[in-house]
Design a protein around this ligand. Structure first.
Ligand code: MG
Ligand code: MG
Length: 250
């Protein structure tokens, strides 16, 4: 069932999204060689709670962190740890969820740690481009597959792998609501309508599509060990331009 959001729900989601964006802004400042992913988690938790929100991920199906921190070949759902220290040349995807007034904002960003190689920098740039290509299709009158196709076309252009088992999703009262959004065409003709909110989140790999889940039952990595990038925004469908909810409010 699709939950269309009321004016008041949209207002609270926008606030949740602002808090998520505050966390990402801080992450950009503090990510550098030598910091542990547990420290990043603590910084994120502090910002979320100071803004009277709740870290959505903490305890979600038992997840032990406030953010997901996925490094290099890790795609999503990496668990923050004091033993995981960022190194020069790594990339790290930070996925953040905040619940404010009962409504969720969900956004992920991949950051470089110091200086990174050219092919990995390009992977990041193209994955971000795929996100915005998807967002541009979040318009009333389009169908869900238009978003999937826009992401797929960008990935195919560069011959990047597309993660098949994970994708975007409706978001609102819950982090994961209907519909599920594939990052490649599946022929889903669901009409996009005003007041739908979807978290659009391409995960692209420098190598093949395939991923494996680690023995911690959370961390998803590429099977071939090649790097993966992940960018996500929570996006509202309006009568006009799509509205990115997980950005800073002026
Ligand atoms: Mg997310
Ligand atoms: Mg998400």
């Amino acid at each position: 069932m699709i939950n269309y959001k009321s004016r008041d729900e949209i207002k609270r989601m926008r606030h949740a999204g602002h808090i998520v964006a505050l966390v990402h802004k801080k992450m950009k400042e503090v990510i550098e060689p030598g910091i542990s992913t547990r420290e990043l988690d603590s910084i994120a938790e502090k910002i979320i709670r100071e803004n009277r929100a709740v870290p959505t991920f903490l305890g979600y199906n038992g997840f032990p962190g406030c953010i997901c921190t996925s490094i290099n070949e890790q795609v999503v759902h990496g668990i923050p740890s004091e033993n995981i220290i960022l190194k020069e040349g790594d990339i790290i995807s930070v996925d953040v969820g905040a619940t404010y007034g009962g409504m969720v904002g969900d956004s992920a960003w991949t950051h470089p740690v110091g200086k990174i190689s050219g092919d990995v920098a390009k992977l990041m740039k193209v994955t971000e481009e795929a996100l915005f290509a998807g967002i541009s299709k979040m318009r009333a009158g389009n169908i869900l597959d238009d978003i999937s196709g826009a992401i797929e076309d960008v990935a195919n252009r560069e011959k990047y792998g597309i993660v098949r088992q994970y994708g975007g999703h409706g978001v609102g009262h819950q982090m994961h609501e209907d519909p599920f959004l594939f990052n490649y065409r599946v022929g889903d003709k669901l009409p996009l309508k005003k007041n739908m909110v979807i978290a659009i989140e391409p995960m692209l790999n420098l190598g093949g599509d395939e991923v494996v889940v680690a023995s911690d039952e959370w961390t998803v990595s590429t099977k071939d060990g090649k790097p993966s990038a992940h960018f996500e925004h929570t996006v509202l469908c309006t009568e006009d331009e799509p509205m990115i909810m997980t950005q800073l409010m002026e």
